[in-house]
Every structure is written in C-alpha cells, then in structure tokens.
Design a protein around this ligand. Sequence first.
Ligand SMILES: [Cu+2]
Length: 346
Amino acid sequence: MSALTSSIITVLALTSSASAHGFVRGITAGGRYYQGADPSFQYQPESQRPAVAGWSAQNVDNGFPDPVYNAPDMICHKSATPGQAFVEVAAGSPLTLHWNTWPDTHKGPVIDYLANARGAFSSINKASLQFVKIAEAGLSGGTWAADRLIASNNSWTTTIPSSIAAGDYVLRHEIIALHSASSPGGAQNYPQCINLRITGGGSNSLPSGTLGTALYTGNEPGIVFNLYNNPTSYPIPGPALMAGGSSGGGSASGGATTTTARATATATGATTTKVTTLLTATTRATTLVTSTRTSSPATSPTSGGGSGNAAALYGQCGGSGWSGPTSCQSGTCKVQNPYYSQCVPN
Ligand SMILES: [Cu+2]
C-alpha cells in the first residue's frame, strides 16, 4: 500500500488502541461492595457528587496519564484528588477491585501499592505519599496478569498483608499496558487510588516507602518491553515487593471464596469448595467475581449482600446502560446524572 495509506492505518490503529481501557468502578472488601470514582461524576455539580472511596481524576476518556514518570499525574492518575469515603478492610484479608472493562489488547502487569495516609483522607498531600509494593503479578505460565483480570470478570483480588497496622492508608492499584511499550514513552500506566481504613493487623504502619513520582524511571526493562516476541518472563517494574507481600496473586476466586466463607459461616468447608459450585447458593458478591467475562453492571453486588435484587445504601440503582437493581434496600434511588443513580438516605 502507499505510504500515505499505511500511515493513515497506523494512526487509526494507534487511536483505537488508546480508546477503550477502564477505571475501577467498585471495590469489594469484608463482604461489602463500595462504589469507585466514576469519571462521569464530574458532569454533576460538585455538591451532588457521591462520596466514594475511590480518588477522582480527569479520566472520563478511560485513559492514562502522560508517560512522565516523575509528574504528579503518575501518583493517582490525571489531576487526582482524594476520595471522601473509605473502604474498610481487615489486615490479612482480600480486597477485590472491579474494573468497568479492560481490553485484551492491553496486556501487562497488575501491581498494588499501599501508603500511610498520614492524617485525614481529606487533607492528603498526594506528593508526600510513600508507597510500598504489597502485591505484584506479571507474566506467569504464559499468561499476563491483565488477561487473568479480564478472565475474572475484569476484577482483581489483592490481599492486605497481615503485618499492616490498623490505620488509614491509600491503595494504589495499577495496570500497566505494554502494547506500545517497545520504546520509551509507550507504556500506559493506569493507576487507581482508593482510601482504605485497615483494621486489626500487626505493627507495620509503613513509615516509609517510595514517592508516587519515583516508582518508575520510564527506562527500566519492565516499562520498556516488547510484548510481541513471545516473552517467557517479564521483569515487574517498581520498588521491591515488601516482606509478606504477594507475588503472582490476583485470583478473584480466592477473594470470593473468602468472602463467601465469611458470608456463609455456617456452610462448612466453604473455603475449600470450588467457587463455581457455591454460585447457586451464596451471595451476590460471589456472583460478581465469578460470572460473565464482560463486566456487566447487572452483576454488581450490593453492600452487605442479601436482600434480593435491591441495591444497598449508596449502591448504584440506575443510569445509562445499567441493568442491575433499580430499587433500594434502604433510602431512595436518586438520579445523579444520566449515567449514575444512587441509593441515598431518605
Ligand atoms: Cu488504551
């Protein structure tokens, strides 16, 4: 073909590969579902935006911050500001992050970092957060972590190390897409920050770590990487995994099984039974992480589970494309914007 035609095709290919990625639409921990920061919240007046644990950012395009690794946008995504709520999770227990979607072209690692919040969530200075890597997964048995995430209904489960001290923290959950990473500046980082209130635990309050602007240089072999020559190994970038962190984890079924075991404490052997066999008998939370490949909002669980098909307080109850519950276990379903209705207190 002509040079012109081929360059047009190249532009189109680049455009489409950069058009459909995702964000964390919800978090499950301790048997509860928490709403994430939906980028479409920014279309509503500030006073009416739902208070959520996820940090909001300028990612309505589902995109990624510029690959400038020492820039503040690399900390928690573009122009990110702290969430106003938090997810409560016990040290040593799993937490599942539900992405709205993830394209199978965007292969790469999934990494989780934790930083001590050093005060109230509302007054966090993101530039001073010091992150410690608590979990990492790259290429394992020929399968990319991002593909395992897709296969788990676009969800990823990480475990809070049991040594972490009770307190307030920020989780930096990240997928790095490597489809254009064969040269510097081509990797796409998708950091998503979530406020966590950790309970129980040990004595490690993560007094120090790595600034979000110093996690990567942009030139290390895990950021510059050729995806297309059948690699058998992949060097996960970033600071070292903490002692007691999890490597290669991210099984959504692991988290679901634990959640199920907790939700159905009387069901003996729940933790050893296959999740698929639990599907018929247990909670909506289990259904979410084990059901269809595409992350349909219809499978969204609700806080506390149970209670039939009604959404929990602060859960989603409507919006464009929404096929989940449209009634509320408590409160009233309020239209927040064309994309999101939420159960709010009466
Ligand atoms: Cu993309």
